[in-house]
Design a protein around this ligand. Structure first.
Ligand SMILES: N[C@@H](CCC(=O)N[C@@H](CS)C(=O)NCC(=O)O)C(=O)O
Length: 225
């Protein structure tokens, strides 16, 4: 059973798509967590205190006070939860399904390695400085559109209600927050019918709704709903 008082501390920011991955997974697994808010807009991720736990200055970081694990990468933290709480709802296919697990991990990395960092806030800011806001916006839209086009092809044959069959996996957990971000760049999901269906099925889940960036403890009043 998951602990009653949170052993886990999540360093998070309401707008972070990487932190949202953890929020969704923790909700799906019903694992309690304490939130420590890091205001990325104010640059708090670069403060000395946070730098000692996350040297690259990004959110999220997951700290398990019961084991001492301090995990400053979201995908490593997602995998940690799978292993640390094997009795909670699994979000990877069973270990016997080698091909399925490799497929789900491929989908995770398609977003977490090939899309999110390239269209992430830090790079967007730099492109804006170098080439202006229109170029930065076009870059973000193009990266996310081509990344989703690849995901659509990768996922098509094995998708059911979700990216891999009819059970939610970490691939869906990583995909959803990236779709929220891509929408902000005007990416049209109609081009990607499989992704759109997966997204709608995920959005119907209460665990996903609670993890939405508009419903977090640090979400500013004007964005809340
Ligand atoms: N590979 C890292 C990426 C984390 C990341 O880029 N986080 C973003 C928010 S989604 C961030 O903290 N951006 C602020 C910055 O780069 O200064 C992970 O998966 O945890």
């Amino acid at each position: 059973m998951p602990p009653k008082t949170p052993d886990l501390i999540l360093y998070t920011f309401y707008r972070s798509s990487c932190a949202a991955r953890l929020r969704i997974a923790l909700n799906l697994k019903s694992i309690p967590v304490s939130n420590n808010y890091v205001d990325v807009m104010k640059g708090e991720q670069f403060g000395a205190e946070y730098a000692s736990i996350n040297p690259y200055g990004t959110v999220p970081t997951l700290h398990d006070t019961s084991t001492g694990a301090l995990i400053p990468q979201s995908v490593a933290a997602l995998e940690y939860l799978e292993e640390r709480y094997p009795e909670s709802r699994p979000l990877l296919p069973p270990a016997s399904d080698f091909a399925g697990r490799a497929h789900v991990r491929t989908l995770i990395y398609q977003i977490s390695s090939d899309v999110q960092p390239i269209a992430g806030t830090r790079n967007q800011k730099r492109i804006e400085e170098l080439a202006g806001p229109d170029a930065a916006q076009a870059w973000g839209r193009q990266v996310q559109t081509s990344g989703f086009a690849a995901y659509e092809k990768l996922v098509k044959e094995k998708a059911g209600r979700f990216s891999y069959g009819d059970e939610i996996t970490l691939a869906d957990v990583v995909l959803v927050p990236q779709i929220y971000r891509a929408m902000g760049f005007g990416v049209d999901l109609e081009q990607f019918p499989t992704l759109k269906k997966i997204f709608e099925n995920m959005e119907a889940e209460e665990a996903v709704q609670r993890a939405h960036w508009k419903r977090q403890g640090d979400t500013p009043e004007e964005f809340r709903h």
